[in-house]
Design a protein around this ligand. Structure first.
Ligand code: PMV
Length: 337
């Protein structure tokens, strides 16, 4: 593309891990969640994205999407283009885009690269298109790319509302006041290098349509959110951990009961769960959570992270471990003009 660019912006977002899970949609097209959720935005793991809009030319009509310097597959390129169309429509911009993204999260591994990816894209694309959106509007926009991305706009602990409006303007995330001074850590145990076989959306829809446990799961979320917010306000780590572990297991139970049943765990996942529970029996305050993939994330306090990482690193089947903690919300790095 040789034509002068119309607008360019670069943004960064950290990924986030839900402590009270989002699993199920009240509207699939708008990614409206069936219930709220609560998450921790992470420091080191994230996505940096630059969006450049150019005038469309006869030879370059399609958006170009590069991840780690390489073109993404057509399915993902289309998903990004559909997202960009929403931004272009709002900005009344007829332009093609070059999207250059770099992940510090293994892509599609269950480590929520779509959360940081669409949060960074929402900030960079809206800025490059000349829109000036506040965090609430950015959260709403990011949600349209991926439900969990709405939470990555916020720093640290964030509460996502299910909302009630059919246009989704109230299905947004907001930071939980006062959580920044709590030294939480997540020790991540990577248990597979394969891409996940089933996307979160496909697995959610299969759960909604076929799992007899799905209504019970959705009904249980509000009480968990209330209890988790109370635990955060009281800085009660044990309570928060207990709620996070049960939310994770209930989410997976609803998916397991789908037809056909959805199982994200591998044998190393189960071994890592066992390590976390054994450490707890030994008096270490640590709780696990697991997303739509086989990796285990152990929630703990900063002073225990090294010890927990050592145990997880030597758990059979665990490929590698990393320690991360609360991170900032999305950051706009550069913008022109
Ligand atoms: O944002 P999605 O569509 O990738 O869904 C995320 C679902 C979970 O990671 C399993 C749970 C969550 O709340 O992040």
């Amino acid at each position: 593309m040789s034509a002068a660019n119309i607008g360019r912006a670069r943004a960064r977002a950290g990924t986030n891990i839900a402590l009270v899970k989002y699993w199920g949609k009240r509207d699939t097209a708008l990614n409206l969640p069936a219930a709220g959720s609560l998450s921790l935005t992470l420091a080191e793991l994230g996505t940096e994205t630059q969006v450049t809009f150019f005038p469309r030319t006869d030879t370059q009509q399609q958006d170009i999407v590069l991840l780690g310097g390489k073109p993404v597959d057509e399915k993902f390129r289309t998903r990004v283009s559909v997202f960009l169309d929403r931004v272009r429509n709002r900005a009344r911009l007829d332009a093609t885009a070059l999207v250059e993204s770099h992940n510090s999260v293994p892509t599609a591994s269950g480590l929520a690269s779509s959360a940081s990816g669409f949060a960074a894209l929402a900030v960079a694309a809206s800025q490059a298109a000349g829109l000036r959106l506040d965090d609430r509007k950015l959260s709403e926009l990011a949600r349209l790319g991926s439900g969990s991305a709405a939470r990555s706009i916020c720093a640290g602990l964030a509460l996502m509302s299910a909302g009630q409006a059919s246009d989704g303007h109230d299905a947004v995330a907001a930071p939980i006041v006062g959580a920044e001074d709590w030294p939480l850590r997540l020790v991540i145990a990577i248990t597979s290098s394969a891409e996940k076989p089933l996307s979160s959306t496909v697995a959610m829809i299969q759960t909604e349509k076929t799992s007899p446990y799905y209504p019970a799961w959705v009904d249980s979320v509000d009480a968990d959110l209330k209890a988790a917010c109370a635990a955060i306000a009281a800085r009660d780590f044990h309570d928060l951990g207990r709620i996070a572990e049960r939310s994770c297991l209930r989410m997976h139970a609803s998916a397991l009961a789908a037809d056909p049943g959805i199982l994200f765990f591998n044998s190393a996942t189960v071994a890592a769960i066992d390590t976390v529970r054994t450490l707890r029996l030994d008096g270490v305050p640590v709780y696990f959570t697991i997303d739509a993939g086989p990796h285990v994330k152990a929630l703990c306090l900063a002073q225990d992270a090294d010890r927990i990482e050592k145990k997880l690193a030597t758990t059979p089947g665990v490929l590698r471990t990393m320690v991360t903690g609360p991170g900032p919300g999305t950051e706009l790095l550069t913008t022109t003009p």
